[in-house]
Every structure is written in C-alpha cells, then in structure tokens.
Write a protein that binds this ligand. Structure first.
Ligand code: TXA
Ligand code: MG
Length: 318
C-alpha cells in the first residue's frame, strides 16, 4: 500500500492544522484507543453531514460525540447518579454513554439523528486528547471506515477506505484496544448494554450488578447495530475447527496455530486478539482471501465484543 499524502505524523503544527480544518467544517481522522474516528465539529450541521456522506452512512444512525472531560460532557447532556459513577470510573476510556440532550444543547441534531439523547465519550488516546484540547470543539466521530466495512485500527486503513474524502489523517500508530467503545444507555432501573466493546460487561457489573442486554423489545436501542457490518470483501465462516481448501484461517490459541494464516493470539489472550482482529481482516482482504474461517473465540470478557463483530462480519450482506 502506498503512503497517503494526507497521513500526518503528530506534531504541534499538525494539531494546529487539524484544528483549523475542523473549524472550517472539514473532516479530520484521528486515533482513539479503540479505533480511528472520522471527526468533525459536532455543532456544525454541514460538517456533520459530510461525515454521513464520506462514510455512506444511513442518516438514521447517530454519531458519538467526543469531549475532553466530564465537565464538558455536562454542558451537552444530563447526568444522573449512575452516569456520574460510570464516568468517574471509566473516563477517559472506551465507554460511551447515551444520555438525554440538555435543552440548550448546541450539538447538531443531525449528529444524534434527531433523537432526544446523545452518545458521548471521553477518549483516552493521548493524541485524541491533545486534538480535543487544541481545537476546543466537541467532535462527532464514527469509526473512520466506509459504512458496513472493517473499522480502522491504523492510519493506513483510513487512507485505504476513505482516500481523499478526508482532509487529514492524524497518525497515532496502532489503536491499543482495537474494537469500538462499549455503548450503554439507562432505563428507570438498569444500565442497558447497547453495544459490547472495549469495556467488558464484567467490568460494568462491578458497579451495577444488573446490566441488561438490549433486545428488540428494549425501550432504548442502538439504531446503528446493523446485522451486516465490519465485513471484509469475502465471506466469513465462524467457529471453524479446520481449514477448507482456498480458505484463510484466523486462529486463536495454540490449538489452531499450525493451520492459521494469522493467529489472533497464540497464547489465547483475548485483549491481544481484540487488538489484532480488524488489522487481520484488513490484511487478509488485501491479500485477496477467497473466504476467511475463524476459530472459536470464548464468549467471555472481551470475547463478547469480538464475537459480536464476527457475527456481523459473517452475516448475509445487503
Ligand atoms: O470506539 C468508538 O466508539 C469509535 C471511536 C471513533 O470513538 N466510534 C464509533 O462510532 O464506533 P460509530 O458511529 O461507528 O458507532 C456509534 C454507535 C452506533 O451503534 C450508534 O447507533 C450508537 O453508537 N449511538 C449513537 N448515538 C446514539 C443514541 N443517541 N442512542 C443510541 N445509540 C446511539
Ligand atoms: Mg463503526
């Protein structure tokens, strides 16, 4: 893959330029600890519209707003006691909370797809934090990939997927977590898990023992949880214990090492596997794999987020 001229290494000049672009309503991709985000000024309707256009994202699918700290978040959304606790424990970090918009909330209605709620998080990646501090804007940022495709965990993935639809890509190296943030909402009684991600249900349950999983009947839901998503170009076969002819094999653990084209973690470490998941898909895609078989992944801890992404990668395409 050739280096894109829009991939810029971090420096104070680069941050100033990124800030100028954002203030002018342009799109800037930046690293977070989860995946790269496609950022725009969240208060600027036209800039937010550019995100949907660049990704080919359906406009009913709302975006996550990134802010530097909880104080800033409180300017836009209403916290209850539970949100206060989760924010104090998990921010900065891979947790997104869906909370009611304040009446005077200046965030574009388009960013939250017309909903009365807003998804918001404080990212932990140092470069993301610097960008938020320099530009002093709330940044709407979905994952920086064309809608439905594999999320980017390296700057080059963004360049390959979005090309010149993004004005600048800040290069922060490889994302340390490798899957998107966990999205939670709240009903009268409980914390509702809307999307499994970098913070595990087990971690949330230390603070709220009754975390409920969202289903079709849930009062609140995540409109962006499309069945086919995170998909490489070729078909994906799950829970594979052998490798068929013409398949690339994505292994997990020592057991499958011999037949693995790529092993997500030889030692069977789920956080290592999470960090490697999307880049493995990107690589096999580039190598022109005809089909990707994936070894079984234990459905505990971060394995729940991995299996969620795998299920969508293997789902019938629209
Ligand atoms: O890790 C992440 O969360 C990354 C990085 C860049 O921060 N961002 C990300 O954004 O994954 P995106 O747009 O790919 O996913 C946003 C998810 C979608 O499932 C969407 O439906 C949900 O958040 N969401 C956003 N606003 C919501 C709202 N008001 N109510 C319910 N769900 C919401
Ligand atoms: Mg996404």
């Amino acid at each position: 893959m050739s280096a894109s001229k829009s991939i810029i290494p971090p420096s104070s000049t680069a941050l100033e330029r990124a800030s100028d672009l954002l203030h002018n309503g342009e799109l800037v991709a930046f690293p977070t600890e989860t995946v790269y985000g496609l950022g725009a000024d969240a208060m600027h309707d036209k800039a937010v519209a550019k995100i949907f256009e660049a990704k080919g994202r359906p406009s009913f699918n709302p975006l996550i707003i990134h802010v530097p700290d909880m104080e800033t978040a409180k300017q836009y959304v209403i916290f209850d006691e539970r949100a206060e606790i989760l924010g104090r424990v998990f921010w900065p970090g891979a947790l997104t909370m869906v909370l009611p918009r304040r009446k005077d909330c200046p965030i574009s209605k388009l960013a939250s797809a017309g909903l009365e709620t807003l998804a918001i998080r404080v990212p932990a990646n140092p470069l993301a934090r610097q960008l938020l501090q320099v530009c002093r804007l709330p940044l709407a940022a979905p994952s920086a990939n064309p809608s439905g495709q594999i999320s980017p965990t390296q700057a080059a993935h963004v360049a390959t997927g979005l090309g010149d639809r993004v004005s600048m890509i800040l290069d922060g190296g490889t994302c340390t977590i490798g899957v998107e943030s966990t999205v939670v909402g709240f009903d009268e009684e409980n914390v509702i898990l809307l999307r499994p991600g970098g913070i595990t249900k087990e971690q949330l349950e230390v603070h709220f023992p009754n975390v409920q999983e969202a289903n079709e009947e849930s009062e609140i839901s995540s409109p962006g949880m499309l069945l086919s998503h995170y998909a490489p170009s070729c078909p994906v076969r799950l829970n594979a214990t052998d490798k068929h002819k013409n398949e690339a094999f994505l292994g997990f653990g020592r057991e499958y090492d011999k037949i693995s084209t790529i092993n997500l973690s030889v030692s069977g470490d789920l956080s290592e596997a999470t960090a490697n998941l999307f880049s493995a898909f990107h690589l096999l895609d580039e190598q022109g794999a005809k089909q990707i078989a994936v070894a079984p992944i234990p459905n505990i801890g971060l394995g729940v987020a991995i299996n969620d992404r795998l299920k969508r990668a293997a789902a019938p395409r629209p």
